[in-house]
Design a protein around this ligand. Sequence first.
Ligand SMILES: CC(C)(COP(=O)(O)OP(=O)(O)OC[C@H]1O[C@@H](n2cnc3c(N)ncnc32)[C@H](O)[C@@H]1OP(=O)(O)O)[C@@H](O)C(=O)NCCC(=O)NCCS
Length: 157
Amino acid sequence: MKKIKKVSDSITETVHVVRSTHINGVGRLFGGSLMQWIDEISGVVAVRHTGLGVTTAAIDNLNFKEGAYQNDTIVLIGKVTYVGHTSLEVKVDAFVEDKEGNRKNINSAYVVMVAIDDDGKPLEVPGLDIETEEERLEWEAGEKRYNLRKKRYKEGF
Ligand SMILES: CC(C)(COP(=O)(O)OP(=O)(O)OC[C@H]1O[C@@H](n2cnc3c(N)ncnc32)[C@H](O)[C@@H]1OP(=O)(O)O)[C@@H](O)C(=O)NCCC(=O)NCCS
């Protein structure tokens, strides 16, 4: 029988402090550093959901909304929004957290992870048990993105 997991089984939060080594030429957090953190948290979420080895197939809709600066505390939250047959979509939101604990959303991304065996062959992933209205809305939007990605891949645009 196909396994089913909840969003709450794999939701993950990571925290990074912006150091001098993460700063780009205009004094802001280098986008590539943030992309690495996004890729890492997506991998953790995907492994927690699937219990399998995973690889990143695509990063979709990566939106840099605001900059971050040295010594900022960056909080990333990753959660599964949609699952296909061998792939799953992980939404990652990145925030700057201030001293009072207020969070400002600076980036959102959807990352497509694929479960693979030791030979790199895709494996079936567990289904997703939707529990809340917010999760249902994310699932419906995720299904649209999944179908659009399939169409883009097939038609090459
Ligand atoms: C991702 C990968 C395993 C897919 O293998 P494949 O032989 O193309 O497998 P398939 O065509 O059967 O696709 C498997 C799943 O991945 C999805 N997929 C593959 N390429 C995709 C892409 N570019 N964007 C979105 N989804 C993609 C497919 O839609 C499918 O999902 P589904 O089973 O849920 O419907 C393979 O392309 C790969 O290894 N890529 C390199 C990944 C990597 O090294 N990442 C690290 C970057 S340094």
